[in-house]
Design a protein around this ligand. Sequence first.
Ligand code: PAF
Length: 281
Amino acid sequence: MIFVQSKEELDDILKKIRKNSNIISLVPTMGNLHAGHLSLIKIAKKNSTKVVTSIFINPLQFGKNEDYNDYPRTIESDKRKLEKLGCDILFYPKSNEEIFPKKQKIKLISSGDVGKILCGRKRPGHFDGVLTVVYKLFSIIKPNLAVFGAKDYQQQFLIRKMSINLFPDLKIITGKIIRDRLGLALSSRNNYLSYKEKQIAPFFFKSLQSGYELYKTGKNFPYIIEKVKNLLISEGFDVDYLEIRNTELKLTNFQNRDLKNILLGSVKLGETRLIDNIEFN
Ligand code: PAF
C-alpha cells in the first residue's frame, strides 16, 4: 500500500494510475477504522481497480463543544488494517493545511435546508463542514466512485445531492450498516461508552426494530414514534430526535406507505451521541 501525505505526491501517483485506465474509488474516513469502514473498502475493491482511502479528521464538521481534540487517532493500527485488506493508497494529509491551505479562504459548500434537519438541528454547520471536505477530497482525488456508510443516512444523502450537481460522473455507493452481534451500529464514538452504557446501547437498534414491527401491523407514524421514544427513554436514553421520513428525507403524511420510509434517530447515552436508522421495506 502506498502511504501519501501530500496532495502533490498523491496527484503524481494518481496521474500514472489513470493512464492505465484504472477505475479509482475513494473511501473517505476519519480513521479509527472498524468493521463498518472495512466493509466500505471491500465494496470499493469490488467496484474498482484502485482503492484510495483517506484518513482526515475534518475540523470543519465539529462544533465548538464537540470532540475534535478527543477524536480517536489510531493511524498505525489503521494502516495495518488497510494493508491487510489490500487498499492501494492511503492518503493521510500531514496537516490540516494540506486540505485547507491557510492562504486560501475556505469556500463552504452549503448543505441547504436538509442540512438543518435531523442531525443538523443540534449540530449547526456540521453538514456544511462535511460537504466542504468531501468536495475537497473529490476535487483532489477525482475518483470514479466513492463509498459511504448508511448509518450516516443524512450525510450520504447530502453527498449524493452535492455530487449530482458538482461531480455528475462520479458514482456514489452506500454500504449497509454494520452492527455488532447485539445490533449496535459500529461507530468510532462507541469507544466513548462506559461498560454500563455498552450494555444499554444495543437497545437503541432494538427499539427501532420495534418501530418497524409496529409499522408492519399498520400503526400510524405518530403512534410508532411515541412508542419507540418511550421505549428508549425507559432504557435510559436521552432522545435528541426520532423521525419517520421518506428516503428523500421529506416528512410524509403519517399514513403514507407509497414511498419507502425510514425511521431515523439520534440519542445520547451519558455524553455519547449515537445515531442509527432502519428502513421500512
Ligand atoms: O463519515 C465520516 O467519517 C466523515 O463525515 C467523512 C465523510 C469522512 C467526512 O469527513
